[in-house]
Design a protein around this ligand. Sequence first.
Ligand code: EPZ
Length: 418
Amino acid sequence: MDKLAIEGGASLAGEIVISGAKNAALPILCAALLTGGTMTFSNLPRLRDVATLLKLLAQMGVCVTPESGEERQAALDASGLNNPCAPYDLVKTMRASILVLGPLLARCGEAKVSLPGGCAIGARPVDQHIKGLQAMGAEIAVEQGYIHARAGRLKGARICTDMVTVTGTENLIMAASLAEGETIIENAAREPEVVDLANCLVSMGARISGAGTDVIRIQGVKKLRGATYAIMPDRIETGTYLCAAAATGGKVRLLKTSAASLDSVIDKLMDAGCDIRFARDAISLQAPARLKSISLRTAPYPAFPTDMQAQFMAINCVADGVATIRETIFENRFMHVAELQRLGADIQIEGNNAIVRGVASLQGATVMATDLRASASLVVAALVAQGETLIDRIYHLDRGYEDMAEKLSALGAKVRRI
Ligand code: EPZ
């Protein structure tokens, strides 16, 4: 099992290119199931999750070029789609496989998708996905760990999800694109990745309005055509490197990214004392010698993203003052706290609040990654800790960060992959 060895103390400096967004690429690749035309994608991130999804789509009968799924470009031809099934052995490694459910139902009228199961950060139920598809006329049974779904042509419906759900909204938008009549999704997720999916579907001929707001209207069409689409930049990867630079008193420039979808994160970094400048598709950050502690509360977009919570906890560990971090989206997203405490962090958990008291410095130790963003927070902490930190189980990182060791090394970090 690979490990990362990080020698702390270097201030990050220089520039790197940000990759395509994982959480936009995953739903958008599933949208290829909706058409018999060829979809050509660019700016795909080279990530384990993307490779896993391309393998899943290929075993359904989608022709994926190149087969490796390791390139930034891919062509997907779902005209030969003949196996609307997502088996447990693939779904258990990548929960976002649930995103094939809506498209398969809309295109084939049937789907057999393994329940994704929980993960380190929470139970991750998919009841809202199922409720919305049933409202559109699908018959769905959950048996032996699988979702068995059948439908004639789906019918447009008015759906209000019980809570804001990103992939739930995405599944329903994709299903509604080929349904008969109008679907209105209320309490819809407003994340930029939802907007990116909607933009891709529109380029395929879908009729969607309101993406990015909490009410999305979709007029179903009979068929969708193939199209060419470039994935948006990854705002969470961007935020992660901004945090790494902020924690190490660095000065970095991130290219091929946009500040447009990161306002809440950038506001917090500015409050912490960072000087941040924007160009058309670049963000520069100059950090102060020592950050001010910054409290935050996660919530659905445009509020502070839960996927940046762990990284901000890391920078608060070495900031000046006391910060309160409240996690409102997932019930167990403090797995990084125990590992950060091994590095000398002073953190108290009270329910879904974490009280972080900045300390003078952290000390390197051996720690273990538990989930994708927790791993990122351990990397940020290791970069600023004294001495060497060994991070185990970094396959979690490979799922969501393209070439992280190389990108950090390019910024002057002392990182070795073992
Ligand atoms: C997406 O997960 C992201 N994943 C997550 O990123 C992100 O943390 C999350 O949205 C919140 O922003 C992808 O886009 C692939 P939700 P998703 O449905 O869609 C509850 C990362 O690190 N809920 O918005 O699974 C759920 O339990 C990953 O890249 C139900 O109860 O999250 C959670 O408490 C981690 N029933 C809340 O809603 C449902 O049917 C929000 O979940 C659906 C969700």
